[in-house]
Design a protein around this ligand. Structure first.
Ligand code: AMP
Ligand code: GLY
Length: 421
């Protein structure tokens, strides 16, 4: 079978490496992929948002199955376009991808179906948003409605900062049209858990839980990023919490989407906060998380391609999805200065005794060399039977990867480790 994966980051590299294990797949294309992915798939220079290009490529090359990984093409309707051409896909259709594409939609959905989440108000008018903000007690959570590369959430420590966030989003449009509406939310506290799940629209199978580290600096300081590292499983996600989540969040969400005529198939990502009043939804994503995927898929025992097709075909209840025992830790090597300003174009090398999984996120191949080409450059994932050893091994191995301005956090997994002890 010929498979096409849309996207070109570390997540896509992890998906491709997992798919490569399937004996049924003869050939994998990545659109556009990247210089590192090129070692595992044939990269085709078609951008992930170029729906015409993606569809034409799939038709012209007899693609048997497509995996659409990033949020943008899903929200734009890539799956609908490919499905119209008879190409089966992993990923939600446009009507279902709105669960990530619009926070106003997802908040409304949770309110309507009593799915636990932070209290909120939505505003399309800036003056109303500002007068609401002035009546709140900080911290005040201000969110742009649409996609904003994971940066559209401001936790404001004062009313002034919240007002500025509203103006930035609604007046200055720092996130473009994503800021035409804002959601202002109650501030929640507690450990965060990411749960990615497979669903065919009827059955939902949660994958092993994970913990992201979103802030740029050690001890959760600095700006929010796409994610600086992950561990799995997440010790805060106990069996008891998992049961509550299935009953109060996962199944109700799948059912709610069906009720709305927006059946969700693919990977539904639940961003949860375990508050003292129980687990609540912080966000939904309509896709695999990055870098959660880089710790979750290496622990997947069952063949990924089989699971993906069962999601597409509506036969997920027929298969068992198994995960390995043990722990995984992924440390992201970024360009120093990310997520603001950074330099690129430095050669990436690795020592011969490097002994972990290497997922390339932002790099290009040039004259036989791999050069940095992005903020998050790569991820190093180690798997061990204990969390402590997984963390140790991920750090030992990222020291064996080199590029001039490499930056990584030094405390990935420490919070999880403290929770275990
Ligand atoms: P989101 O893009 O919605 O996942 O938000 C990014 C990050 O902001 C989350 O991972 C949380 O750490 C934080 N956050 C979002 N909403 C809230 C909230 N209501 N209360 C506290 N923190 C939040
Ligand atoms: N790591 C968070 C996300 O993928 O949205």
């Amino acid at each position: 079978m010929k498979v096409m994966v849309v996207g070109g980051g570390g997540r896509e590299h992890a998906i491709i490496k997992a798919l490569k294990k399937s004996s049924e797949i003869e050939k994998i294309y990545a659109l556009p992929g990247n210089g590192g992915i090129a070692e595992d798939a044939e990269c085709v220079p078609i951008g992930a948002k170029d729906l015409d290009g993606i569809t034409a490529f799939a038709v012209d090359n007899g693609i048997d199955y497509a995996v659409v990984a990033p949020d943008d093409p899903l929200v734009l309707g890539a799956v609908d376009r490919l499905t119209e051409k008879g190409i089966p896909c992993f990923g939600p259709c446009k009507a279902a991808a709105i669960i990530e594409g619009s926070k106003a939609f997802s908040k409304e959905l949770m309110k309507k179906y009593s799915i636990p989440t932070a209290g909120y108000e939505t505003f399309s008018d800036m003056e109303s948003a500002l007068s609401y903000v002035r009546k709140q007690t900080p911290p005040i959570v201000v969110k742009a409605d649409g996609l904003a590369l994971g940066k559209g959430v401001i936790i404001a420590e004062s009313v002034e900062i919240a007002e500025k966030a509203v103006r930035d989003m609604m007046e200055d449009r720092v996130f473009g049209d994503s800021g035409s509406k804002v959601v202002i939310e109650e501030f929640l506290e507690g450990p965060e858990v990411s749960v990615l799940s497979f669903t065919d629209g009827k059955t939902v199978i949660p994958m092993i839980s994970s913990m992201d580290h979103k802030r740029a600096g050690d001890n959760d300081t600095g700006l929010n990023t796409g994610g600086m590292g992950t561990v799995a499983p997440n010790p805060y996600y106990t069996e008891e919490i998992a049961e509550i989540c299935m009953r109060d969040i996962f199944l109700p969400t799948i059912n709610a989407m069906n009720e709305e005529g927006r059946t969700f198939k693919g990977c539904l990502y639940f961003g949860l906060m375990i508050t003292k009043n129980g687990p609540k939804v912080i966000e939904y994503n309509c896709r695999f998380g990055d870098p959660e995927t880089q710790v979750v898929l290496p622990l997947l025992e069952t063949d990924l391609f089989t699971v993906m097709r069962a999601c597409t075909d509506g036969t997920l209840s027929d298969i068992d999805v198994e995960f390995k025992k043990g722990y995984a830790c992924c440390v992201i090597g970024a360009s120093s200065g990310y997520p603001v300003k950074y330099q690129s174009g430095f050669e990436i090398t690795k020592d011969e005794d490097f002994d972990a999984e290497l997922y390339i996120a932002g790099a290009k191949a040039e004259n036989g060399k791999l050069l940095t080409a992005g903020g998050r450059v790569l991820g190093v994932t180690a798997m061990e039977d204990t969390l402590e050893k997984a963390i140790e091994s991920a750090y030992k191995n990222i020291e064996k990867v080199h590029f001039e301005n490499i930056y990584f956090r030094h405390d990935i997994g420490q919070r999880a480790l403290r929770a275990l002890k």
